[in-house]
Design a protein around this ligand. Structure first.
Ligand code: ADP
Length: 259
């Protein structure tokens, strides 16, 4: 049997924000591991600390207790091993698609002929051949989101963090982009952690779903998602009977019901 390699490990992570009105506990005692190539989702009610958790994994925020290890090393700040994809695509309208994709590398002063070639290869592979010279306003919402992912991939991170990455898209586009992005992440063999408030999205894309409690977010439950499909895609997963069973279970656990 293949041994599973730990890529991300959270050990009793806690976070308290300091504000003028005192301390705001955002997260408490979060521990979990993510293995190489896994797609893990975090769901929870609004304000339970999901984005805070991703910012801690990315190294942008330091937890007030506990620690995060990425590939066995303690996270002490942002690292090239981790790529971040946000709700808004944050493409600059005055830069072409290629210039947008190379932005991260430009900042790192790492634009090489090889990197440009890789950017071109990613555009070609993921259905954007010939779009490099166009501007973001000439692309659909789904294409822009693909560009945002390619911009993240071009720096070659091993771990992708997705923070509500699809919530700005309309429902139909979102379903299509879920499939697109899932395929790209699997093909590029990346490990992914996604934060979403959308239960269906989390089940359809993930190997495992963690449900958080209300703030301060703690892990309420963990669900291994097993969907019996030869070639799993998020869209096809949604049609399987086990999908509905997972949905019902997680829906009951998610503390969002009007009392
Ligand atoms: P979620 O992503 O689940 O909606 P967040 O991680 O954004 O939750 O926020 C968790 C809690 O921490 C919220 O109550 C939010 O108001 C609070 N919070 C987030 N950022 C800060 C900050 N910089 N200062 C003070 N409180 C914050």
């Amino acid at each position: 049997m293949r041994t599973l390699k730990n890529v991300v490990e959270l050990k009793a992570v806690g976070m308290k924000y300091q504000s003028l009105n005192g301390e705001i506990p955002a997260l408490d005692n979060i521990s979990f591991k993510v293995h190489e190539g896994e797609f893990v989702s975090i769901v929870g009610p609004s304000g339970c600390g999901k984005s805070t958790l991703l910012s801690i994994v990315s190294g942008l925020l330091t937890p007030t207790s506990g620690s995060v290890l990425v590939k066995g090393e303690k996270v002490t700040g942002p690292s090239k091993k981790v790529g971040y994809m946000l709700q808004k695509d944050h493409l600059f309208d005055w830069r072409t698609i290629t210039q947008n994709i190379l932005l991260g590398l430009e900042i790192q002063k790492a634009v090489t002929a090889e990197a440009k070639e890789y950017a071109e290869h990613l555009l070609e592979t993921y259905g954007l051949k010939g779009f490099g010279h166009k501007y973001p306003s000439q692309l659909s919402g789904g294409m822009r989101q693909r560009v945002a992912l390619i911009r993240t991939l071009v720096t070659n991170p091993e771990i992708l963090l997705l923070d509500e990455a699809f919530s700005a898209l309309d429902y139909q586009t979102r379903l299509a982009v879920n499939d697109d992005i899932y395929e790209i992440i699997k093909k590029e063999n990346k490990t992914a952690i996604m934060v979403t408030h959308d239960i269906a999205e989390s089940i359809s894309m993930s190997d495992r779903v963690y449900v958080l409690t209300r703030r301060p977010g703690t892990i309420k439950s963990c669900h291994d998602i097993e969907i019996r499909l030869d070639k799993r895609t998020p869209f096809n997963s949604r049609k399987m009977p086990e999908f509905q069973a997972y949905f019902d279970r997680i829906w009951k656990e998610l503390d969002v019901h009007v009392k």
